[in-house]
Ligand binder design. Structure first.
Ligand code: MG
Length: 370
């Protein structure tokens, strides 16, 4: 089987509500999504998606994906999409780094490989838990009252896991954490996501002031150096996501004991192939995982769900459904959707959901085998 054509589509995905991160430092209203269709000489078609969380969140942006694919495409055309390690190596040779630009192609190849094998991607990867995965909400609010409102909105839709965005103002953060913990229901999963919004000193002040609550903080400071510098000075469990980009990051975090949880974002780390190695590093070191797309439609959510299904149930904390934050739906209701706050792994071979191509408009680029 050979890749004969790569077709690229650009789509803006507006957020239903404006969204703030890092204590109001970063605001988001629309996501720049890239959808990739890969055709093969045997008629199988695979779809991938790459949707960074805006341009300001981390070093990844929508136009960068499309530029990256323009560079990568000549090296990938003609390869067998089922030989995903060959495709990965060809992409890494054509364009070192730029992992987020490669993830849509990786995803489309896994989609084709699953269809060719007659297996959902998770089963092709060797597992495929059917335990529904709880969806973590994204509570991008700023005040105690706003936090309560947003949590109630998510609870009404069945959510049992919440990622509460904090950071930036120590006293306000402590107040919001204490208030949220007073409202936390039995069995509810709550993660406090700082999104790099604290200095080392600010992190220690909040962590020490909330020590009695034993809550988990995600990405408390800017870098792994910062997280390492404070790690012996507090007792709070830590999750790392924005500083988890490469396999080398994963091995450092595991070796140095910098986090209890990996937040693996599929687009950020370059797709399923590279993320699966992070999963294995985590499992080898007793580290649990949150798995999610960086952002995007039901396609991106479904890719993350497949990886989540390859993690033992006890080690998979939650997934995410960015689709619930968007005003557009490229797949017209198909694919895994929120059912009582959980996503259910598709049973169909491959990814299990494709977009409605008519909704994507004209392609921005088409690359074909000469
Ligand atoms: Mg996070």
């Amino acid at each position: 089987m050979k890749i004969t054509c790569i077709t690229v589509f650009h789509q803006d995905l507006p957020l239903e509500h404006p969204y703030w991160l890092s204590g109001g430092r970063l605001k988001f209203e629309v996501l720049d999504a890239t959808f990739v269709r890969i055709d093969t000489d045997e008629g199988l078609i695979g779809w991938g998606e790459g949707t960074p969380w805006g341009h300001t969140y981390v070093p990844a942006h929508g136009p960068g994906i499309r530029a990256g694919i323009e560079t990568i495409a000549p090296f990938v055309l003609g390869l067998d999409p089922r030989r995903i390690l060959d495709v990965e190596r060809a992409m890494d040779l054509a364009l070192p780094g730029h992992l987020y630009a490669k993830s849509p192609i990786d995803m489309a190849c896994w989609d084709i490989a699953g269809q060719a094998a007659g297996l959902p991607i998770a089963e092709l990867m060797g597992a495929g838990s059917r335990t529904p995965r709880p969806i973590a909400s994204s509570v991008g609010a700023k005040t105690v009252d706003e936090t309560r409102d947003v949590i109630e909105r998510y609870r009404a839709r069945g959510y049992v896991a919440h990622s509460v965005k904090i950071g930036g103002d120590v006293e306000r953060d402590i107040a919001r954490i204490r208030d949220m913990e007073s409202l936390r229901l039995p069995g509810e999963i709550v993660l406090y996501d700082v999104n790099r919004g604290w200095s080392r000193q600010q992190a220690l002040r909040v962590m020490r002031a909330t020590q009695d609550l034993n809550v988990m903080f995600e990405q408390p400071c800017e870098s792994l150096d910062d997280i390492a510098a404070i790690s012996a000075k507090h007792a709070a469990p830590v999750s790392v996501d924005e500083s988890l980009v490469t396999l080398q990051d994963a091995t450092r975090i595991a070796r140095d004991g910098l986090a209890e949880v990996f937040g693996i974002k599929l687009n950020r780390v370059g797709g399923l192939t590279k993320a699966a190695r992070m999963r294995d590093v985590a499992l080898a070191h007793g580290i649990d995982m949150f798995v999610m797309a960086t952002g995007g439609s039901v396609l991106a959510d479904t890719e993350a769900l497949h990886l989540a299904a390859t993690i033992p149930d006890a080690n998979c904390r939650a997934v995410w459904a960015c689709q619930d934050m968007l005003t557009t739906d490229v797949a017209n209701g198909r694919g895994p959707r929120n059912i009582d706050g959980h996503l259910h792994l598709p049973k169909t071979p491959g990814l299990g959901v494709h977009p409605d191509e008519a909704k994507l408009g004209a392609p921005t680029a088409t690359y074909t085998l000469p």
